[in-house]
Design a protein around this ligand. Structure first.
Ligand SMILES: [Zn+2]
Length: 80
């Protein structure tokens, strides 16, 4: 009876993925606010916007829209 130790699994895979794979994941999109080409990737915290300014601008416009809605003081509202 001869026990033969199994061969160690060949580890030929690179320890770190090549940067090319990261670049392949990045997608270029147009910023909805300014239309500039921006990177749609986890590295871009403001995606799909290009910057915090554009992201905030869009949100601000949306918020202003809501604030601009003329709210007539309803007389039907029950006063405490
Ligand atoms: Zn932008």
């Amino acid at each position: 009876m001869h026990l033969q130790a199994p061969p160690a699994p060949a580890v030929n895979q690179p320890k770190s993925s090549p940067p090319s794979s990261v670049a392949a994941k990045a997608i270029e999109v147009n910023c909805p606010a300014c239309g500039e080409r921006t990177l749609y990737s986890p590295a871009n915290a403001f995606r799909p916007f290009c910057s915090a300014r554009c992201q905030g601008h869009d949100f601000g416009a949306w918020a202003n829209e809501g604030y601009r809605v003329p709210t007539k003081p309803s007389s039907e509202e029950p006063e405490p």
